[in-house]
Ligand binder design. Structure first.
Ligand SMILES: NC(=O)C1=CN([C@@H]2O[C@H](COP(=O)(O)OP(=O)(O)OC[C@H]3O[C@@H](n4cnc5c(N)ncnc54)[C@H](OP(=O)(O)O)[C@@H]3O)[C@@H](O)[C@H]2O)C=CC1
Ligand SMILES: CC(=O)C(=O)O
Ligand SMILES: [Mg+2]
Length: 768
């Protein structure tokens, strides 16, 4: 993608569909008059009075305990400098988003219009009663030091300047691991620090706490080396002033073991890296552009251990790995601050985690085959789901042990379970899906590529390496739209109606005619039918000219299913084709619904087949299927045929697959309440289990539920995912969104990967 398109993409991301990145969502019922009288006057007076009696009750009756203020005055925004409070807001909203997705913490971002220390402190103190914690952000040094010191002293909630301590914690963990890999001792390491601002000073102080020696450190600011004979040094800079008579970064780098960059972009040259000691450690952490580009550094020295603050290279040393989890631990024990013991505990937890075996889902999420502790993996990845269960407990324990926890944790297992529960799985699932596709992208025909949204989706899958798109449709229109959206890659465009495709069309027509010549199809009619894009696209997959296809954006579902069934047909050994929809529900997370699109009134046998096929798809998403066969009846409460049909399907499944976690017939409110099932139907296989799949008795029920969830719950949907076809063919809902099309393309790729694996296995078996 060109720099210009990236810029536009970032601006559109922030502007659409609604400006900004966060919103406020009510957590209590608000539908009836009664609800409103509780939420607001007169009911609201009761918690007010309770809090008046004891301020601590604010944690019991308000959102305070899980609410953090991300506060800036915009004076040191990333490495962009003093760009002002309004311009810092996208970064602060971004921090809010990260707090929420990684640790379930709610954030109000607050941009304060003052550079005066006293005014800033007064503002924060005045609004502090609202919050459980204060995250100071992107405030320049030296003001940041005084602001943080005073607020820590004067407030009894956790206050942390993230650029100082978040960065210090993460980079210290990474540094300890990098030194271990390069077989060097921190006590002996010669360290060059570029930058003498908030981040650099605090990082260097923490390295000292871990053993780094002041005499081995050289620090530089915008004026050069900070020497002890320089005038007008701030007290923080004076702390690291060197007696060495050197002036430049080039001189400082001579024989250095470690370079820490917390300053500005592109100030380190290859020549500087070349004079560093053996196995040099280079953390170029300036954002968004590092002190030296990752690739340039790697190309300069092959013994380097290289890290940046960016997510697009290995070893992202960025405070995103810290602040959500540090605050989580502090809030959960109601710590009155964030002290040295808590910081050291976080460093240790992060450093140790990088040495543990990496779960497969992290490999998949980052498109890696096998991440292991090494020069390319010195620190855990931000999307590692173990972080939430590892760092907050370490921080919370340290708070308790150092005597600043007002609400100590007693049951650690319960706490860990709660932490895991906080980590919503929606995004994780989509990420898993896209990355799995990326590991082995396949050729996917986009049968309606002359539609803008379809083409946009094809552009995304191409640029993200999810699939190799083949664009089917009117060539001139595709070319026009490609230009409009700056999709300048050389991807193949096929227009079934053009003369250029005559040879291919005739070949497909003959193959189709051979298949169906005894069913009333003539060579003439098959030639005619191949002008129809869905027939043509299906033949491309059939004839091996493509691996998968997606269509249906602009046509009704049945009109697309028909040619697919006719030409592609069912997988060997299958007697049913069905679909499942993965709904990302707001409260419960992912929920699979089957069959949402094809079988109008399935028999008991069909339902069992649909359940079995759905279980396979659920596993494909990395989840263990827990399935309820739904009905209006609960375990025999009705003897009507409709309920009996579902019961019979369950009995078939229990007999054929005793290990499958499936039960019913069940009403949906029971199915979705594990405790209720445990209480009333303790014999059920679903008792105490969280159901993630609902199999419906007929198409009406499944389709209506899926659409209701989509509209009322605003649940994102992946699907309908076609199950039981001989080849990977997936049909979109009419007018699907770009994201939905991208997800479907990923599904099509994964389906093709699975089918390829299955074919290889079959071949292997046959040859043995
Ligand atoms: N990866 C991560 O997690 C994080 C990265 N950072 C990055 O670190 C950088 C600094 O942030 P922060 O400490 O908050 O900002 P500050 O404004 O507090 O500090 C900036 C420092 O950089 C120094 N500097 C500027 N230009 C140069 C130069 N050419 N050579 C050496 N030093 C220079 C300044 O010198 P002087 O004192 O003379 O003005 C100042 O000491 C930013 O790029 C930021 O994005 C920050 C936090 C976290
Ligand atoms: C990551 C961060 O906080 C910064 O660059 O300022
Ligand atoms: Mg910052």
């Amino acid at each position: 993608m060109s720099k210009q398109s990236k810029r536009r993409e970032a601006l559109v991301y922030h502007a659409k569909p609604s400006p900004g990145k966060i919103e406020v969502v009510p957590t209590k019922k608000y539908t009836t008059q009664r609800d409103l009288s509780l939420a607001y006057s007169p009911g609201v007076a009761e918690p007010c009075l309770e809090i008046e009696k004891d301020k601590n009750n604010a944690y019991k009756y308000t959102a305070k305990g899980n609410l953090v203020a991300v506060i800036s005055n915009g004076t040191a925004v990333l490495g962009l400098g003093n760009i002002g409070p309004e311009a810092s807001k996208p970064v602060m909203e971004g921090k809010g988003l990260l707090f929420k997705i990684f640790a379930g913490i709610d954030v109000f971002d607050i941009e304060v219009n003052t550079e005066n220390i006293e005014e800033f402190i007064a503002t924060v103190k005045n609004i502090a009663p609202t919050f459980g914690g204060i995250n100071l952000e992107d405030i320049k040094a030296p003001e940041a030091f005084e602001i943080e010191r005073r607020l820590k002293e004067e407030l009894d909630i956790p206050v942390m300047h993230d650029d100082q301590h978040g960065t210090a914690i993460i980079s210290a963990a990474a540094l300890l691991n990098a030194l271990e890999l390069s077989e060097k001792k921190i006590e002996e390491a010669s360290i060059v620090v570029s930058g003498a601002g908030a981040a650099a000073i605090s990082c260097t102080r923490l390295y000292q706490a871990f053993g780094a020696k002041r005499e081995n450190i050289v620090m530089l600011d915008s004026k050069g080396v900070i020497r002890d004979d320089r005038d007008n040094l701030t007290s923080q800079k004076a702390e690291f002033a060197t007696h060495r008579k050197i002036d430049t970064l080039q001189e400082a780098m001579q024989d250095a073991d470690v370079f820490i960059g917390l300053s500005t972009a592109d100030i380190v040259t290859p020549e500087m890296l070349k004079v560093m000691a053996k196995n040099p450690i280079v953390f170029a952490m300036a954002n968004p552009d590092p002190e030296i580009k990752y690739q340039l550094a790697k190309d300069t020295r092959d013994d380097i251990i290289m890290a940046t603050g960016r997510s697009d290279h290995p070893n992202q040393v960025n405070n995103v790995l810290g602040f959500p989890f540090i605050f989580r631990g502090a809030l959960d024990v109601r710590a009155t601050g964030i002290n040295e013991a808590m910081k050291m505990a976080a460093v240790k937890a992060l450093a140790d985690l990088a040495k543990e075996p990496v779960p497969e889902q992290v490999n998949i999420a980052y498109g890696e085959t096998r991440l292991t502790f090494s020069k390319e993996y010195i620190i855990p990845k931000p999307f590692d789901p173990r972080l939430i269960a590892t760092v907050p407990p370490a921080v919370a324990k340290a708070a308790m042990e150092s005597g600043i926890a007002k609400e100590p944790i007693e049951d650690w297992q319960k706490y860990e379970d709660e932490l895991l529960e906080r980590l919503g799985s929606d995004n994780k699932i989509v990420r898993l899906l896209l990355n799995r596709a990326r590991t082995n992208p396949k050729r996917v025909v986009f049968a309606e590529a002359d539609q803008l949204d379809v083409l946009k989706a094809a552009q995304i899958v191409y640029e993200e390496g999810i699939a190799i798109p083949i664009l089917l449709g009117r060539k001139d229109e595709i070319e026009r739209l490609k230009e409009e959206i700056e999709f300048d890659a050389d991807v193949s465009i096929i227009d079934p109606k053009s003369d250029e495709e005559l040879e291919r069309k005739n070949r497909y027509a003959e193959a189709y005619w051979k298949q169906r010549k005894r069913r009333g199809v003539t060579i003439y009619s098959s030639q005619k039918i191949m002008r129809e894009r869905n027939y043509f696209a299906a033949m491309m997959v059939n004839e091996g000219d493509a691996d998968a296809l997606i269509s249906g954006y602009s046509r009704s579902y049945p009109s697309v299913v028909k040619p697919m069934l006719e030409l592609i047909g069912m997988a060997p050994g299958t007697t049913r084709v069905a679909t499942t929809n993965l709904m990302m529900t707001k409260k419960r997370g992912p929920l699979f619904l089957s069959d949402t699109s094809i079988n109008i009134d399935p028999t008991a046998k069909d339902l069992a087949i649909i359940a079995k096929m759905t279980a396979r798809i659920v596993k494909m998403f990395g989840m263990d299927p827990v399935m309820a066969m739904t009905s209006y009846s609960n375990f025999g409460s009705s003897t009507n045929d409709k309920a009996s049909k579902v019961r019979e399907a369950v009995s078939k499944l229990h007999k054929a697959y005793p290990d499958m976690v499936v039960d019913g017939e069940l009403q949906t409110d029971f199915a979705l309440d594990s405790e209720k099932i445990k209480q009333i139907f303790p014999f059920s296989k679903l008792a105490g289990k969280k159901v993630n799949t609902l199999i419906f008795p007929n198409l009406d029920a499944a389709n209506i539920t899926y659409k209701l969830l989509k509209v009322l719950n605003k649940a994102d949907s992946i699907g309908p995912i076609m199950m039981g076809m001989r080849k990977p063919v997936h049909i979109l809902q009419l007018g699907a969104s770009v994201d939905e099309i991208v997800n479907m393309a990923a599904i099509a790729v994964i389906d093709a990967q699975e089918k390829e694996k299955w074919e290889a296995k079959k071949k292997n078996k046959a040859s043995n």
